[in-house]
Design a protein around this ligand. Structure first.
Ligand code: 9MR
Length: 373
């Protein structure tokens, strides 16, 4: 009898424990970025190769729980997709798209026309008809392959200089400015339902912002469809100001396009451009190992952690305020461990720009966003 009572008690305790566990899990699941902002905008992350292959176990777990849109950090850039004329390599890109479908994410294509990470044959091409045909073939082949799967394309990336004029890229030099609307028209032709974006950095700065406005108006005047402007959002703790970002959201929305924050990360490290001025070449090798430029290699002080959390929270408050104009907010990576900002603009530093630390643990910045629900 005693045994039976003990057994019954044991079972009761076990079933309570299971129940508590389940309800904790449910709370955990509902407390994720994608659920907090579910009715406002997509929240996403850029994926590196390990994550695309599913071999970054901790990173992939965070991805599935937190995010409902993904971007390819590198694998869809021209030099990887079409390294030689008409020789395509879709191995990694196919895996990326398959992963997006598996986790039911909104899949971003990044990027079709960009002067950087371009194939060598494109950089060398001088003949305008040949270059136009290469671009046409690239857009036709890539966009058609993922038609109906890739929901949003960064059609053109970084076509502007800091003063807002068109960048003297190989595309502009060989083709003239008509390449911009032509690229959007081809993308629309090969997937009429995909959203088409222009994507760039520093475009909250008034001069470059004015350049984006001119570009969007020109595309519209040329009869090309553009659905959104992607503000990359590689920012720091202070700049750009909330006011400047808000003005920018309103300026782009007034053009009749949606706004997305496509590559969000917040650097906490000193910026060599500010220290040395704009004259200096872009080579910062002399700073490698310089502790004044890498002050947090042993850990992030509490007050900087707090400042990062506060910065992220004020940004997302602004995004929520303008949710009707904002399609998506994507972080440029999952954990601090793999952020490109550990190696840019100075190599081998320890930066802390994202919501998850080097051990894939949520930072205070992460909780500061969950608080907004
Ligand atoms: O994060 C990307 C990094 O791994 C690459 O080395 C780098 C090469 O240019 O590109 C980085 O991603 C860039 C993105 O494609 C476009 N906007 C700027 C991003 C950071 O440089």
């Amino acid at each position: 009898m005693k045994k039976i009572i003990l057994l019954a008690l044991g079972l009761l305790v076990l079933s309570c424990a299971k129940h508590i566990n389940q309800s904790q899990n449910t709370t955990k699941e509902s407390n994720s970025l994608q659920t907090v902002f579910k009715n406002q905008f997509y929240v996403g992350a850029a994926l590196n190769e390990r994550q695309i292959k599913g071999s970054d176990t901790k990173g992939n777990r965070i991805l599935e729980k937190e995010f409902n849109t993904i971007s390819p950090e590198n694998c869809m850039k021209w030099m990887f997709l079409q390294p030689k004329p008409n020789v395509f390599d879709f191995k990694m890109a196919d895996k990326y798209v398959a992963l997006g479908e598996k986790i039911n994410a909104h899949i971003i294509g990044h990027t079709l026309v960009w002067h950087s990470q371009l194939a060598a044959f494109m950089k060398e091409e001088q003949d305008s008809a040949q270059m136009a045909s290469y671009i046409h073939n690239h857009i036709q082949t890539v966009v058609s392959r993922y038609k109906g799967k890739i929901g949003t394309w960064d059609v053109v990336n970084e076509a502007l200089k800091e003063n807002g004029d068109l960048r003297q890229s190989v595309f502009l030099n060989v083709l003239g400015e008509g390449y911009l609307s032509q690229a959007f028209k081809w993308a629309a032709q090969y997937d009429p339902n995909a959203k088409l974006m222009y994507n760039d950095y520093n475009i909250c700065h008034p001069k470059k912002r004015a350049g984006v406005v001119r570009l969007v108006k020109q595309l519209q005047a040329d009869g090309a469809r553009i659905d959104g402007v992607g503000i990359q959002a590689h920012w720091d703790l202070k700049k750009p100001s909330i006011q400047q970002i808000e003005e920018t959201i309103l300026t782009y929305a007034a053009l009749g396009v949606q706004v997305s924050f496509t590559e969000l990360d917040i650097s906490v490290l000193p910026n060599p451009w500010e220290l040395v001025g704009a004259e200096v070449s872009q080579n910062f090798e002399k700073y490698i190992g310089d502790k004044t430029m890498d002050p947090y290699s042993k850990g992030l002080p509490d007050q900087v952690q707090d400042a990062l959390a506060a910065r992220y929270q004020e940004l997302f408050k602004l995004f929520v305020k303008h949710q009707d104009k904002i399609d998506r907010v994507t972080f440029w990576g999952i954990s601090d461990k793999n952020s490109w900002l550990n190696d840019f603009p100075i190599k081998q530093r320890t930066n802390y720009p994202l919501l998850f630390d080097r051990n894939y643990q949520p930072k205070k910045a992460y909780s500061s966003l969950l608080e907004l629900q």
